[in-house]
Ligand binder design. Structure first.
Ligand code: ZN
Length: 457
C-alpha cells in the first residue's frame, strides 16, 4: 500500500537534484518521477520550493545509555537526531557496560529500541584483551564495526573505557595499542566490517602532557603529530590485511596529509571529520569557552581550511558529529576540569547544508551525511540514497528559512554547545523515518519507532 507521496520538491537523488515526486510504499521508496498521481489513501506532502534529501546517518554518536543518564539517553539523543534530520545514529561502544561482547550488545539494543525515535546501529569495542571469537560474536549480533580507543585504558571492575590512564583503579587493563590492531585487524577484515580508531598516539600525548590553563595549552598537549603518527601506524597495519580503517573525527591538516599518503598507496582508509572542525578554530575559544573543548582539539584556521577543502574534493567522504553531551554543570567547570565533548547531532545537517551552500554545491551535504556514511556502515543497499528500493528516510529542507541555534531548542540533555548563536541559513521542516513522519513543521511527531540496523554481510 502506498503510504506517502511527496510532491514537487527538488529531490537530491544519487545523480544530483531533479524536480520530482517521491512515492513511498510500505516504508520503502517505490517511485521517483515527475507528475505522479496520488494513490488513494496516501498522505500527500507538498514540497514545492523545498529540497527533499536522504536522512542523515550519523556514524559517530555517544548516547551515554546505559551509563550516564544525566548526560543523555536514547530518548533525548534520538529526539535531537530526528529534529536535525538524522534518521540513523551509530552509537559508540563506550557506554557502561562497554559493548565488548554479543551479550552486552544485545541488552543495549533491547534498552535502546523502545526509546529510539530514529534507527540505530551499535559499534563494538576493541579491548587489548579482545579475542577473535568475541569479535565474531559481536558481528553476528549485528555490530556495525569495531572501535579502538588508542591510549584509553579499561576498568574491568567498572566495565568502562577511561579517557585518562593515570588512575588508581587496581583492575585496569592496558589500552589497545598497535599490537592489538595488528593482531585483530585481519579477523575484522575477514568479517567485512570497519575498524575505527580514535587516532591520537598515546606516547606523544604523554610527552606533551601539561596543565591546561589556556586553549594554547590544550593545542600543545594534544598536537597534530599525535593524530598523524596514529593514522600512519594504523594505516601500515591496515594495508597488509585490507581492513577498512576508519579514522574518526579527523582534526588536522597533518593527519589529513598522512591519511592521503596512505590512501595513495592502497590502504582501505575512510576519513570522518565533524562540523566543529569544519566551522571553528582556536580563534573561537574566547567566544565559546569549554563548549568547544573536545578531543582531538579544534585546531587552527589553516587546519580547518584544509579539512574543508578535503571534504569539498571528496577525500573526506563522511561528516559525523562525535555527539558527546555532558551536563551543562559539568561543562561550566574551569577549563582543565571540564569534560571533553559536545552535543552536535541536531546541527549536523544544518551545518553541512550551510557549508555546502557556501562552497556552491548543495549536493555535498547529503553526500557527506548520508551517502558516505551508508557506504562505511554497509547500509548502502537500504539507506543513504533517494531511489526505488531504499528506506523512505527523507528530510524536507526549507531553503527559505534560517535556524538560529539557541540552547532552548536543543533536545539533548546538554543544551549549550559549540554552535550556540550560529545562524544556519536553512530549516528542517519535515522528517520521515521509513515513510512515517517523525518531525512535522519543525516539531517532533509520532512515537519512538526506531529499529536496529545491521550491516550487509
Ligand atoms: Zn567519539
Amino acid at each position: 500500500m502506498t503510504d506517502l507521496l511527496i510532491t514537487a520538491g527538488s529531490v537530491y537523488g544519487p545523480d544530483g537534484p531533479v524536480d520530482a515526486d517521491v512515492q513511498v510504499t510500505d516504508g520503502v521508496i517505490s517511485r521517483v518521477e515527475a507528475g505522479l498521481a496520488a494513490p488513494r489513501g496516501a498522505t500527500v506532502i507538498d514540497a514545492r520550493g523545498m529540497y527533499v534529501m536522504p536522512g542523515a546517518i550519523d556514524v559517530h554518536v555517544h548516547s551515554r545509555d546505559p551509563g550516564f543518564p544525566e548526560k543523555e539517553d536514547f530518548g533525548t539523543l534520538t529526539a535531537a537526531a530526528a529534529m536535525g534530520g538524522v534518521t540513523t545514529v551509530l552509537d559508540m561502544p563506550n557506554t557502561v557496560p562497554a559493548v565488548d561482547s554479543a551479550g552486552v550488545l544485545e541488552s543495549k539494543a533491547a534498552l535502546a529500541r523502545p526509546k529510539a525515535r530514529v534507527d540505530f546501529g551499535l559499534w563494538g569495542l576493541v579491548r587489548s584483551s579482545s579475542t577473535e571469537d568475541q569479535l565474531e560474536a559481536l558481528a553476528a549480533a549485528g555490530a556495525v564495526g569495531f572501535k579502538a580507543y588508542l591510549g584509553y585504558s579499561f576498568s574491568t571492575r567498572r566495565k568502562q573505557v577511561l579517557q585518562s590512564a593515570d588512575t588508581d583503579d587496581p583492575e585496569l587493563e592496558a589500552p589497545p595499542d598497535y599490537g592489538t590492531l595488528a593482531r585483530l585487524a585481519p579477523p575484522i577484515a575477514r568479517l567485512g566490517l570497519p575498524l575505527a580508531i580514535h587516532a591520537e598516539d598515546p606516547a606523544i600525548l604523554s610527552a606533551f602532557r601539561r596543565p591546561l590553563e589556556t586553549y594554547a595549552d590544550l593545542l600543545e598537549a594534544r598536537p597534530a603529530e599525535a593524530e598523524a603518527v596514529a593514522i600512519s601506524a594504523a594505516a601500515e597495519i591496515a594495508r597488509e590485511c585490507g581492513v577498512n580503517l576508519h579514522v574518526a573525527h579527523l582534526s588536522s591538516a597533518l593527519g589529513l596529509r598522512v591519511a592521503q599518503d596512505a590512501m595513495r598507496t592502497g590502504t582501505n582508509l575512510t576519513l570522518e571529520t565533524c562540523p566543529q572542525y569544519l566551522w571553528l578554530s582556536d580563534q573561537d575559544f574566547a567566544r565559546l569557552g569549554t563548549a568547544m573543548k573536545v578531543f582531538p582539539p579544534i585546531r587552527t584556521a589553516a587546519d580547518r581550511d584544509a579539512l574543508v577543502e578535503a571534504a569539498a574534493g571528496g577525500v573526506i567522504r563522511i561528516v559525523a558529529t562525535d555527539h558527546a553531551p555532558h551536563t551543562d554543570e559539568e561543562k561550566a567547570r574551569p577549563f582543565e576540569q571540564a569534560p571533553s565533548g559536545s552535543p552536535g547531532v541536531q546541527q549536523l545537517y544544518l551545518s553541512c547544508l550551510a557549508l555546502a551552500s557556501r562552497l556552491g554545491d548543495i549536493s555535498l551535504a547529503p553526500r557527506w551525511v548520508s551517502e558516505g556514511p551508508a557506504a562505511l556502515a554497509r547500509l548502502h543497499q537500504t539507506k543513504g540514497a533517494i531511489a526505488p528500493g531504499f528506506d523512505a528516510d527523507l528530510v524536507i529542507v526549507d531553503p527559505n528559512r534560517t535556524t538560529l541555534i539557541r540552547p532552548a531548542m536543543m533536545r539533548s540533555r546538554q543544551r549549550r554547545g559549540a554552535f550556540d548563536g550560529t545562524d544556519f541559513r536553512f530549516g528542517i521542516r519535515d522528517v520521515f523515518l521509513r515513510g512515517r513522519a517523525i518531525v512535522r513543521d519543525g516539531k517532533l511527531a509520532g512515537r519512538a519507532s526506531g529499529r536496529m540496523v545491521r550491516p550487509a554481510r
